[in-house]
Ligand binder design. Structure first.
Ligand code: GUN
Ligand code: ZN
Length: 446
């Protein structure tokens, strides 16, 4: 089994930091190492100790002085929108109709889906994201392309075919029965194959009839280990339209609740304009509200109220929401998250940001046994971050005096240029680390 010692400044979280001084919430090892065998983390610790236990002759990837963290996790984005980022000038419903429902029609063609899926996975990796939860298009071919591209790279990925049977062009509509049958077949083929997880994906209440909601309910009941994803309360016109289509529902959240879709595997994109009753329902059911700051600013949707989620005990995660989101970078996403919360008088500490990008998002997915922290037995999905990845950052870093300050510089100024290396199940994906420095290591420990 292949073995590797990854050396650098190791940072991993154990719990949600309750403040900047809550040092019990994370583990930081200045001259640290992660020992990896067969794609899993064996142990982390002081380099000298881990290296001694690993024994002589083990390959070393020496990433000093960079930070070594668990791979970043993106909990909501749209793979068919990779080439539709930066579509100008419209709010949600107009943006969907003008740009997105045109773009997604291209995914009827398997070759196009395969080409975009390859590029999509490569963009994630370039940005240090090792797990993501994506919507595919309505075409089963797009799901085949998505999971095939993930499997070729060994990535743990979540995704599913969007179901839509109204308020979309003919070419993007399925029927309740077709959505059910295609989803079921894709679950049977992909869910649990290697590192793939399926997400049952009714796009949102506007594009699904009650008949399709019932089929979604059946799929969720029949496949309790699958994820479920949809959109909720992103834009005021959307809310008015959705609730007009389901007049018997108490509010937008109640539409999904009535069809039994809310559970602790449910990811609800946006959740901006919710009332207390709705957030309390999310808290009771364990459903997760997904905060997508670059998207919410880009579409002019509104400001996510993180404090209300915390106050009412509801779970939340962070995501890019490409292509309404404007960047694949989870660092840029946290830059905007900080600003969105700031506009509401809410604080996001740098330690909390990096907790969210790793263990926090892993917990939101219920995948913390496998990803999100560098514990023994975890998947060796790892990102190496260079806090001086841009010249302005290098200059700014000269005055940084603490890890908290460094992390804040990384999230405020950083992007893919700060991603020095990415390991997926222990395999270097960029090849930039000085892998194979075993001679140097032998000299050091001699
Ligand atoms: N609501 C329904 N579909 C979408 C989508 O593709 N992007 C965003 N941002 N919101 C949606
Ligand atoms: Zn979305």
């Amino acid at each position: 089994m292949s073995e590797l010692l990854i050396r650098g400044r190791v940072l991993t979280f154990l719990a949600e930091p309750q403040g900047i001084d809550d040092t019990a919430a994370w583990r930081y090892i200045e001259d640290g190492a992660v020992f990896v065998r067969g794609g899993k983390v064996v142990e982390i610790g002081e380099h000298a100790e881990v290296s001694r236990r690993a024994g002589p002759g083990v390959a070393v990837a020496d990433h000093r002085p960079h930070l070594v963290l668990p791979g970043l996790i993106d909990t909501h984005l749209h793979f068919p929108q990779t080439q539709a980022i930066a579509s100008y000038g419209a709010q949600l419903l107009e943006w969907l109709n003008t740009y997105i429902f045109v773009e997604e029609q291209k995914f009827a063609e398997a070759a196009h889906a395969a080409a975009v899926a390859d590029r999509f996975m490569d963009e994630l990796i370039s940005n240090g994201t090792t797990t993501a939860v994506a919507y595919c298009s309505v075409h089963p071919e797009s799901v085949e392309a998505y999971f095939s591209a993930a499997e070729a790279r060994g990535m743990r990925m979540v995704g599913g075919k969007v179901m839509m049977d109204r308020n979309a062009p003919d070419a993007l509509r399925d029927t309740p029965q077709q959505g059910y049958d295609e989803t079921k077949r894709l679950i049977e083929k992909w869910h649990g194959r290697g590192r793939a997880h399926y997400a049952i994906s009714p796009r949102f209440a506007i594009t699904s009839t009650p008949g399709q909601m019932e089929m979604s309910q059946a799929l969720v009941a029949e496949h309790p280990t699958c994820f479920v994803q949809t959109h909720l309360s992103e834009n005021r016109d959307e809310i008015a339209f959705a609730t007009s289509l389901y007049p018997q529902a108490k509010d937008y959240t109640d539409i999904y609740a009535r069809y039994g879709l809310l559970n602790d595997r449910m990811l609800l994109g946006h959740c901006i304009h919710l009332g207390d009753r709705e957030v309390s329902v999310l808290a009771e059911t364990g459903a997760v509200g997904v905060f997508c700051p670059t998207s919410n600013l880009f579409l002019g949707s509104g400001l996510f109220d993180r404090d209300r989620f915390d106050r009412l005990g509801a779970r939340w995660s962070v995501a890019t929401d490409v292509g309404a989101g404007t960047s694949f970078s989870m660092l840029e996403t946290m830059d905007e998250a900080y600003k969105v919360l700031h506009l509401n008088g809410q604080k996001l500490t740098p330690f909390n940001s990096f907790y969210r990008l790793t263990l926090g998002n892993a917990r939101a997915l219920g995948l913390e046994k496998h990803i999100g922290s560098l514990h023994a037995g975890a998947d060796a999905d790892i990102v190496v971050l260079d806090s001086s990845g841009k010249s302005a950052m290098e200059y700014r870093m000269r005055t940084a005096t603490s890890l908290a300050e460094e992390l804040f510089i990384l999230q405020t100024m950083g992007d893919d240029r700060c991603v020095a290396e990415v390991y997926v199940a222990g395999k270097a994906m960029k090849g930039k680390g000085k892998v194979g420095a075993s001679e140097k290591r032998v000299l050091e420990t001699a």
